[in-house]
Design a protein around this ligand. Structure first.
Ligand SMILES: Cc1cc2nc3c(=O)[nH]c(=O)nc-3n(C[C@H](O)[C@H](O)[C@H](O)COP(=O)(O)O)c2cc1C
Length: 225
């Protein structure tokens, strides 16, 4: 999967305001925030320090890291090179227009991820869910078999059902599983998936649908903007 919406880091204002750095820094505000949470302090003082396994050799903000890691000059020619070099499935993540969806499939992508990176990259970028019907129609008109994957804002099973009904093959989750992870470690991630699955089953039952293949765009009403 190659992500194309991160040419440079977006303005991650919350990270700046919260002083989110690698490694995490203890500021007066974080100390005050935690001061009335004795269980947190106990854990903090009795366990090994928190580290990011994949970022242990890096210090700075996440935005600085992105800007040092990514090449902002990425073009469709680079995608062609990748297509030639990589014989496995190739998926392009961060598609935000119908035209780009068609174009990356023409350049050999096996799938596209409609995503605006959770709104943390280009501010005011289109909402992927709103783009989905048009992209599904365009790829169908092209007789394309490319997978359409929806990412951004999936927080419930009903969100997944709505995306599948509008033509997504499947969806991704970014923050939802991380919330489970923060709350309960691995068991928390399993619980997140259970909650999503149960919500999907309930939503489908309420729609009178027993199989995912029975979902159609008629099951969704997009609110007029
Ligand atoms: C902690 C964190 C790390 C992420 N790292 C990446 C990454 O390395 N590559 C990428 O393409 N997207 C990354 N994303 C973006 C997610 O894949 C996803 O596009 C975004 O969070 C929107 O989905 P959501 O609304 O389900 O969170 C990251 C998101 C989070 C929260």
């Amino acid at each position: 999967m190659v992500t194309v919406d991160t040419a440079v880091a977006g303005a991650r204002l919350r990270d700046v305001r919260n002083g989110m750095t690698i490694p995490p820094a203890l500021t007066l505000k974080t100390v005050l925030d935690a001061s009335y949470r004795p269980a947190w302090w106990f854990n903090f003082l009795t366990h090994e320090p928190l580290t990011f396994a994949s970022l242990s050799r890096y210090t700075g903000t996440v935005a600085d890291l992105i800007n040092s890691m990514f090449d902002p000059t990425l073009t469709f020619e680079d995608l062609d090179w990748l297509r030639e070099t990589w014989k496995g499935k190739l998926v392009v993540k961060g598609i935000q227009t119908v035209e780009d969806a068609r174009k990356v499939v023409d350049h050999g992508a096996d799938g596209i991820v409609l995503s605006n990176h959770g709104g943390r990259q280009l501010d005011r970028a289109p909402i992927p869910f709103h783009l989905l019907p048009e992209v599904a129609a365009a790829l169908k008109a092209d007789n394309s078999e490319a997978a359409i994957i929806l990412d951004t804002g999936i927080m419930s099973g009903a969100d997944i059902v709505a995306a599948l009904a509008l033509g997504a093959d499947f969806t991704l989750i970014g923050r939802a599983y991380l919330y489970g992870l923060m709350a309960g470690g691995r068991a928390g991630v399993d619980r997140t998936l259970q909650i999503l699955e149960k919500d999907m089953a309930r939503t489908m039952a309420l729609l009178g649908v027993s199989k995912i293949s029975e979902l159609t765009p008629d099951h969704v009403r997009l609110l007029a903007r």
